[in-house]
Design a protein around this ligand. Structure first.
Ligand code: SF4
Length: 250
């Protein structure tokens, strides 16, 4: 268990720009096979989630995601991932190309990993605002962008938080004052850009990030009127109260 590679190379977009310097860590999207809720903040994205496709459920990558979920619940998780980072020496780690911070304890594991590896930049998107807001401040090398389309959109402070939204066109994205992160999200996230826009290209096989998971195919209507493609998914502050229409694991 300790010597295998748990981190994967990124999707085509990331591989093209960053090669092997960027690694990813994905969990089963939405739920595990056993029914464990990996994305308690998911809402509009569920219907279009690639994890719900029969083929995907059978794929080797899904098996690896299930194994990673078990690893996150192992007492050696932080130690194992940190050892792999030190062995493989990535510059960037994209957490959760699928899945989300399902508990405060799990988020704290990633905070520990980031603190132990200050030379690496960790980034991700999340719909789990109650977990992230209760966790408090994050290390400088861990950025979590809140992504719209989940149960906790009302908790996003759109004046202060770094967040993402999906648009139909680049023109709409720009006129709303967002930065287009459809083809490059790591740099604007690292730079602290607050409003990250992602463009939906219609029913297509083109892969793009919907603010979290990578997505392809046709999909589901989001509450902002944009159809989210299959697999879509979709970060930060340090304030108070836990919210709660999901049962929070700690
Ligand atoms: S689309 Fe993303 S956030 Fe939504 S259920 Fe799937 S993995 Fe979770």
């Amino acid at each position: 268990m300790i010597t295998r590679d748990w981190l994967s190379f990124g999707n085509r977009k990331y591989r093209k720009k960053y090669g092997t310097s960027l690694l990813t860590f994905g969990l089963p999207a939405y739920k595990s096979r056993s029914g464990f809720m990996v994305c308690p903040g998911a809402k509009d994205c569920i219907a279009g989630c690639y994890a719900r496709q029969g083929f995907y459920m059978m794929s080797p990558s899904r098996k690896l995601q299930e194994a990673r979920l078990k690893l996150t619940q192992d007492t050696r998780f932080v130690e194992i991932i940190s050892a792999e980072i030190q062995r493989r020496k990535p510059k960037y780690i994209r957490i959760h190309d699928a899945g989300d911070f399902y508990s405060v304890r799990y988020l704290h594991h990633w905070i520990s990993i980031a603190l132990m590896n200050p030379q690496v930049f960790f980034f991700t998107y999340s719909k789990m605002l109650p977990v992230i807001k209760v966790a408090g401040s994050l290390p400088d090398n861990l950025k979590i962008v809140f992504s719209e389309g989940g149960k906790f959109d009302h908790m996003i402070n759109r004046e202060q938080d770094q967040f993402s939204r999906i648009f139909k066109t680049v023109r709409e994205l720009r006129s709303a004052g967002f930065v287009n992160a459809s083809h490059e999200d790591m740099k604007p996230i690292k730079a602290g850009v607050k409003k990250l826009g992602l463009v939906y290209h219609g029913i297509t096989t083109r892969v793009f990030s919907t603010g979290g998971c990578d997505a392809k195919g046709s999909g589901v209507q989001l509450s902002n009127g944009v159809r989210q493609v299959q697999g879509g998914k979709g970060f930060r502050p340090a304030t108070a109260a836990v919210v709660p229409s999901v049962s929070m694991r700690v």
